[in-house]
Design a protein around this ligand. Structure first.
Ligand code: ADP
Ligand code: MG
Length: 328
């Protein structure tokens, strides 16, 4: 478990991290989402004691990072994949790390195998592609078999196969009971990996919520129907008091009625359907809306409302965060 309490970081006049308070739980993948410059990397560096907070604390199972015995066996991290001594082979890079942290040599071969770099273990990492460097960075993070893993934008620059591999790896690590904290600036990436979501913008906490709840609250779901007998379909729907909106290309969009009911109706009226498909509006849009700061959330119901003047209501319920337009 990682606990942040009022964590704040100024770089000169720049407020990079602004009183962040949240907890990262064990046994799930927690996504750490925010646009570029939101303060994700700074927060992660402070978690690892690589940067000093201006204010506030980070505790890892109740301790400061520097109070942990053998930190590499406790917390593994991938921060900057290119921060590797390029002249060393992948094997030697990991061996040095292992030896200076009391980790058995045999573990090096194991992690190289896990990340799929065994065949290039003897090659200098200088010549590695970004994807291979990411894999090597992940091997280093896994070396001490840590309970807690931090990955900062691990999918950046990876090909689809690599992205798929990392997603599964993170899920498997969490399923083994580890704490997995992974940052991204892409909502779509988080939606496929994370079970819990922390969203920040301009250093501030915007949302602290389960992914399911985030999706539920932020994506409009509707059903798309298409029929060569659209007029008759509209009559049937209207007869049932169901509102349908015709969008170009002969499709209808229906909110708030399950596809099962619509399919049943069509069948009873012997209507030919060419399409009956549940749809979800893009989460990416919801995320951009959230971080743009142009709307704010009622903490108690999570529904987006247009910006109001005056202070926001106190945080309650699922969001765990009051948030308001920065500086407004
Ligand atoms: P993210 O990882 O979400 O893209 P960062 O944590 O890298 O965001 O950056 C947050 C803010 O802090 C940015 O405005 C960035 O320019 C600033 N910042 C980050 N590191 C430093 C540093 N070492 N010195 C000065 N400013 C920094
Ligand atoms: Mg970053």
């Amino acid at each position: 478990m990682i606990e942040l309490e009022g964590l704040t970081k100024y770089y000169g006049d720049t407020l990079a991290v602004d009183h962040l308070t949240f907890t990262v739980l064990t046994g799930i993948v927690t996504g750490f989402l925010g646009p570029n410059g939101a303060g994700k990397s700074t927060t992660m560096r402070m978690m690892l004691d690589l940067d000093n907070p201006t204010e506030g604390t980070v505790r890892i199972d109740g301790k400061h990072y520097r109070q942990l015995d053998d930190p590499l066996t406790y917390v593994g991290a991938l921060l900057d994949a290119k921060a590797v001594h390029g002249g060393r082979s992948a094997f030697n890079h990991l061996l040095c790390l292992a030896q200076s942290n009391g980790i058995p040599r045999a573990r090096v071969g194991e992690v190289l195998d896990t990340v799929g770099l065994s065949s290039v273990a003897g090659k200098r990492s200088k010549g590695f592609s970004l994807g291979m460097s990411q894999r090597l960075g992940i091997a280093a993070a896994l070396l001490g078999d840590p309970k807690i893993l931090l990955f900062d934008e691990p999918v950046n620059g990876l090909d689809p196969e690599g992205i798929h591999w990392i997603r599964n790896l993170m899920k498997n690590l969490a399923a083994q009971g580890r704490t997995v904290f992974v940052s991204s600036h892409l909502m779509s990436e988080m939606a496929l990996t994370a079970e819990h979501l922390i969203v920040i913008g301009q250093g501030r906490l915007i949302a602290d919520t389960s992914m399911a709840d985030f999706i539920h609250r932020n994506s409009r779901s509707y059903v798309r129907m298409r029929s060569p007998e659209q007029e008759r379909l509209l009559d049937v729907l209207h007869g049932e008091g169901i509102e349908a909106v015709a969008v170009g290309n002969g499709s209808l969009e229906i909110d708030g009625v399950p596809a099962e009911r619509l399919g049943g109706l069509a069948a009873r009226h012997q209507l030919v359907l060419h399409e009956l498909s549940p749809q979800q509006a893009s989460l990416e849009e919801a995320f951009m809306r959230l971080t743009a700061g142009s709307v704010e959330y009622h903490a108690h119901d999570g529904e987006p409302v247009t910006a109001r003047t005056g202070p926001p209501e106190p945080a309650q319920g699922g969001w765990g965060a009051d948030w308001r337009k920065k500086g407004g």
